[in-house]
Write a protein that binds this ligand. Structure first.
Ligand SMILES: *Cc1c(COP(=O)(O)O)cnc(C)c1O
Length: 245
């Protein structure tokens, strides 16, 4: 059924898909090689369900508490004939949330420490034992492009060690890298540096081909520099509602 909100979401989704397609064409890449994750954080489960009905196969969240409830609510709103979306955890993760996240997340995009990787691996193994998941959790290592640990991400010079550890952790699959351009840095320069770091890592871990980069404002620059996964919220759902949390 068409409602003003479903029309708005459909328009947002098709506009962003057109941007992704145009950016792929400009970069000489195939649109199928870039996954669009629609970021539903702060928006209700009804929006997530509507996006799934509109064909959004990948949805992203950044806060565990909000996400764990929304994943369940969204599934309840979808019909069995609808495609079940894959859910991705994008934000920073507290280790005590690993168990909950491993029950619903296809991937975690901000793995930035050995302790977190170990906790997520153990959580994914337990979730599999309990029948809550069937595949390893895709782990994207978040790289800090300005070396400021306060903003999350592992420093580039500590990446090799974390990549080796993640690749050797049961329950995880080393999927690739993720980054957010530092404030005040030109996104193009940031994504070019990320591509360089990714290619260095791939020489050691050839299967870790994922690059999670690009949001509403800078997805074109990210795709030009090899992003395989853009994470887009505002350009599809509109400005995020202000919450009291
Ligand atoms: C919120 C969020 C996004 C989406 O940002 P928009 O600018 O709304 O597209 C992408 N990545 C992460 C990690 C986020 O937390």
């Amino acid at each position: 059924m068409s409602t003003p909100r479903s029309d708005e979401l459909a328009a947002g989704l098709s506009a962003v898909r057109a941007r992704v397609d145009a950016a792929c064409t400009a970069a000489g890449r195939r649109a199928a090689d870039v996954t669009l994750i629609t970021v539903t954080k702060f928006f209700p489960a009804a929006d997530a369900a509507e996006l799934a009905r509109l064909g959004s196969e990948d949805l992203g969240e950044s806060r565990e508490q909000e996400a764990t409830a929304k994943v369940v609510d969204c599934a309840g709103l979808l019909d069995t004939s609808d495609l079940a979306p894959r859910w991705h955890m994008l934000g920073s993760i507290q280790r005590n949330k690993a168990r909950a996240i491993a029950r619903w997340a296809h991937s975690a995009h901000s793995v930035d420490s050995a302790r977190l990787a170990t906790a997520l691996g153990a959580a994914a193994v337990s979730a599999a034992d309990e029948g809550a998941r069937s595949a390893p959790l895709d782990a994207y290592l978040q790289v800090s492009l300005d070396g400021d640990p306060a903003r999350g991400g592992v420093a580039a010079d500590q990446l090799d060690e974390l990549a080796d550890l993640t690749a050797g952790t049961t329950g995880l699959r080393l999927a690739g890298l993720m980054a957010v351009p530092p404030i005040g840095v030109e996104p193009t320069a940031a994504f070019a540096r990320l591509a360089e770091i990714a290619s260095r890592m791939q020489s050691q871990h050839p299967g870790a081909t994922g690059i999670s980069a690009g949001m509403s404002a800078d997805l074109e620059a990210a795709i030009a520099h090899g992003s395989t996964c853009v994470r887009v919220g505002t350009a599809i759902l509109g400005p995020r509602p202000i919450t009291s949390q």
